[in-house]
Design a protein around this ligand. Structure first.
Ligand code: ATP
Length: 354
């Protein structure tokens, strides 16, 4: 990174609503850059279903090299298109980024920004402010396993839960480091080591070891079933959560429901201190794609995380406030109770940047 203010960001709008929300995200980045005098280089990469259908390319080696060697961050919209039933092209792009950059932390803030969005009766928006660290490179999602006697009545199906000491320890440590850096009081590690003593026993042992290095942060353990109940019954007791790939996938969708739905959930795929990837949690949403209906606020929140990662202090908090105000004043899309389209929400957000 040549200068603290010169950053290169690869933009992969991708498919479906990804194109629409990223277009608004780019406007936010450009406007902030103009207001603050930053030198941001935004480089669009033509990846996704259109490109694949045009020339068969998924994630060409030169693009992979560019991202790895010349970028500071990647902003991604969504990948997925009903015209391409095979998920191979999506896997090439998403796994190419995730494993190519070794993005081992999927960080998902679960913060409810307005009482109107809080689905739990008797709870306020301020009761829900947690951050989930989901392990992003291991677990049951690595595809280890197989089928025996497939399609017969005697079929055997096995999916292995792959956990390494290095993988488990580094994501737990990242959660504690985040807690320290952001003044968060508690880290809750969630597993199921009572039922899965081998794989999740490793999580428990690593957690018990690592927590000793962070005496200022309260360390708590919860089985994932209890965690789900706690998220709904007493979200105010949860702060930073760290868990494996599968459980993280599930609890963050529950989390998205607590913050107003997928249109309000941002995320980062991080290797701390290295090139990382930022994307709204939602997918390409083919049902609403191209209709100016997609909520771009998840992308605005995601850009806040991207700017924090790049070291632009204070910008994320300001963007969160703009999003909070968008919802409070009804400058938002239908999924969160407004009447505006994607572009109009983008216009309003850009108009609020100071
Ligand atoms: P994936 O498999 O990529 O997660 P999915 O189809 O399961 O995709 P999404 O594409 O995220 O999930 O869409 C789920 C639902 O949420 C859809 O009905 C979609 O319309 C809605 N949705 C997703 N993103 C948004 C958004 N930004 N604004 C409004 N609604 C959205």
């Amino acid at each position: 990174m040549a200068d603290a203010r010169t950053k290169t960001i690869a933009i992969i709008a991708g498919d479906g609503v990804g194109k629409e929300v990223v277009a608004q995200g780019v406007r936010v980045l450009e406007r902030l850059s103009e207001l603050r005098g930053w030198s941001l280089k935004l480089v669009s990469l033509d990846l996704g279903a259109d490109r694949f259908l045009r020339d068969g390319a998924t994630f060409p080696a030169e693009d992979q090299r560019f991202v790895r060697e010349s970028c500071d961050a990647v902003l991604l919209g969504a990948i997925g298109d009903p015209r391409v039933p095979s998920l191979d092209y999506a896997r090439d792009i998403l796994f190419g980024l995730r494993f190519g950059l070794d993005l081992y932390c999927n960080v998902r803030p679960v913060q409810c920004l307005d009482d109107r969005l809080m689905p739990i009766v008797g709870k306020r928006a301020s009761d829900c402010d947690m951050v989930v660290f989901r392990e992003n490179t291991e677990g049951v999602y690595v595809g280890v396993g197989g089928n025996f006697k497939k399609g017969t009545p005697d079929e055997v199906a096995i999916t292995e839960d792959l956990n390494t000491r290095k993988g488990v320890e580094r994501v737990i440590r990242a959660a504690f480091e985040f807690a320290v850096a952001h003044g968060r009081k508690r880290v809750t590690m969630s597993d199921k080591h009572n039922a899965m003593p081998h794989a999740h026993g490793l999580w428990k042992r690593c957690f018990d070891e690592v927590k000793g290095d962070y005496p200022g942060v309260e360390a708590k353990h919860m089985f994932v079933d209890a965690l789900c109940m706690q998220m709904v019954r007493a979200p105010e007791t949860l702060d930073v959560i760290v868990t494996n790939n599968l459980f993280g996938d599930i609890v963050t969708d529950l989390g998205a429901a607590l913050q107003g739905g997928l249109g309000m959930a941002g995320s980062a795929n991080v290797n701390p201190g290295r090139v990382s990837l930022f994307e709204p949690v939602h997918g390409s949403a083919p049902d609403i794609a191209g209709k100016d209906l997609a909520n771009p606020l998840a992308t605005v929140l995601t850009i806040g995380m991207l700017l924090s990662h790049l070291g632009f202090e204070g910008e994320e908090a300001k963007l969160i406030e703009v999003v909070r105000e968008a919802v409070r004043t009804g400058h938002c899309t239908r999924d969160v109770g407004g009447e505006l389209g994607t572009r109009a929400v983008g216009d309003w957000v850009v108009s609020q940047l100071r």
